[in-house]
Design a binder for this molecule. Sequence first.
Ligand SMILES: NC(=O)c1ccc[n+]([C@@H]2O[C@H](COP(=O)([O-])OP(=O)(O)OC[C@H]3O[C@@H](n4cnc5c(N)ncnc54)[C@H](OP(=O)(O)O)[C@@H]3O)[C@@H](O)[C@H]2O)c1
Length: 255
Amino acid sequence: MGSALITGASSGIGLEIAWHLAAERNDLVLVARDAARLEETAERMRQVAGVRTEALAADLSTTEGVEAVCTRLRSQTRPIGLLVNNAGFGLGQDFVGGSVERELEALDVMVRAVLMTCHAAAPGMVMRGGGGILNVASMSALTAQGTYSAHKAWVRTFSEGLAAELRGTGVNVTAVCPGLVHTRFHERVDVDAGQWPAAAFIPPNVVAEEAVEGVRRGRVIVTPGLRYRALAGVLRLSPRSLIRRIAGPGISGRG
Ligand SMILES: NC(=O)c1ccc[n+]([C@@H]2O[C@H](COP(=O)([O-])OP(=O)(O)OC[C@H]3O[C@@H](n4cnc5c(N)ncnc54)[C@H](OP(=O)(O)O)[C@@H]3O)[C@@H](O)[C@H]2O)c1
């Protein structure tokens, strides 16, 4: 792939994807808001993996932040071979009574930024005759857990549509749909991850490996872990009325 730009690369799944790609000798552009944490991570990657690593601090909930990332993606002198749209978060609130600013922030980061960055990156990849786009969706795309599910369903369907549009161009598009993963995701919204059995969690490095391998092989949907692949099959076959009943009140928007 040569070089990859990863959003949300300062922690969790994004950080694991970055290390995985660095170990394969890809140059990296790391994107997140926390500039200090990002620079520290970039420096470690330069020293440990010996790859060229840029730290691009940007808030993807803002127009300027997304534009800075899009400008980097459009560069023809330092082309990006793989775009990883991973930045995201749980809302930690129900829709009714929750903050509308929080809703818009989630929509901007998990939908608008994904659309904008793909729109910026894909033409160059098509022109060069190759490349990859990896969008991080979620198992929640198949459920009905508030606007988070809606955003991730958008990412999943959008990726499928883009993959179909780019068939034959040499550009692969993949949506990875992880189940529970141990990262900062839950603590950031004060959700006790201890409520689920430890066995329900997939390690972030497994998600990273399966996702990157999926793009390389041209898989459009990747669900990491055998048990979650089985669960995805059950969810797809279940009546939506049952899915709605399971989602129920009280867990809407928790991720
Ligand atoms: N953990 C799970 O159980 C799970 C399951 C399925 C899907 N996912 C998805 O996986 C992706 C990664 O989440 P994670 O679990 O790795 O969580 P995480 O450890 O909290 O990492 C989230 C990353 O996104 C970045 N980010 C958040 N808001 C941003 C913004 N406005 N602009 C730029 N960067 C932003 C964060 O960096 P800064 O805070 O420094 O900006 C961080 O690097 C998300 O899309 C999430 O929805 C997670």
